[in-house]
Design a protein around this ligand. Structure first.
Ligand SMILES: [Mg+2]
Length: 244
């Protein structure tokens, strides 16, 4: 595997925490001449944090709305995959949503977002979340639920689109078959739908019924939750004891 694409929350964390297992993962990926590219619904500003503090060259953030790249000097650049018109429409709709459904709780990292916004659904009543979602539906915004947020945006943003764009434009020398994706939630579904090598960590069980497209491999058991599952599976992949 030349590139390991992975969701962040619930996939590279264990029980919501980033722990030693994540650093073990970074180590094993580097030792096998592979690269970790985090593909997350978290904000652009989170992407800056990840690239600044961890030995990563690229990150795909905001559910695929932006690709961040760190050059040899440590300088980080951003490429947005949506138009300026869509970014402006998103800004207007976010303000209108807060007026129309004042119960909407935007995530604290929404100020660090550009191509999408996020709703903190766990802090809201289910009926209010539905009200917000129907407002977004009415105004033709796209939205998707991760295990932490309801993200919404305009334009064609998906993890799958961004990953394919990345492979074509950033790493054209790498074959699709030499890449893999790990995920755990509904906002990973576009990857499960059409990406060849996909793995769901065991905590995906909580949303499995809601997924129309499931990962090719679904890990099981507590010992395969989040980053523990990614590490165990990757060890097998790198040892070539399993075949894709
Ligand atoms: Mg997740």
């Amino acid at each position: 595997m030349k590139i390991v694409f992975s969701d962040f929350d619930g996939t590279l964390t264990v029980n919501g925490k980033l722990g030693a297992v994540f650093f073990e993962l970074l180590d094993i990926i580097e030792k096998n001449d592979s690269e970790l590219v985090i593909v997350s619904g978290r904000s652009l500003s989170w992407g800056h944090f990840l690239l600044t503090h961890f030995p990563l060259k690229h990150a795909i953030m905001e559910g695929g709305g932006v690709i961040l790249t760190k050059n040899m000097d440590g300088v980080i650049s951003e490429e947005f995959l949506v138009s300026d018109a869509d970014l402006e429409k998103l800004e207007r709709t976010t303000i209108a949503l807060q007026e129309e459904v004042p119960e909407t709780v935007l995530s604290v990292d929404s100020f660090g977002r550009k191509s999408d916004r996020a709703i903190e659904f766990s802090l809201m009543k289910q009926t209010d979340v539905e009200k917000a979602e129907s407002y977004l539906l009415k105004h033709k915004a796209h939205f998707s639920r991760s295990n932490v947020h309801v993200n919404f945006w305009f334009g064609d943003i998906s993890k799958n689109y961004a990953v394919n764009y990345f492979l074509k434009n950033y790493t054209p020398h790498i074959n699709l078959e030499d890449t893999i994706f790990y995920g755990d939630s509904l906002n990973d579904e576009s990857m499960f739908e059409s990406f060849p090598n996909t793995v769901g960590v065991s905590n995906i069980i909580s949303v499995l019924d809601q997924l129309h497209h499931k990962p090719r491999i679904i890990l099981e058991g507590k010992e395969n939750a989040g980053a523990l599952g990614v590490l165990a599976h990757l060890k097998e992949v790198f040892n070539q004891s399993i075949d894709f």
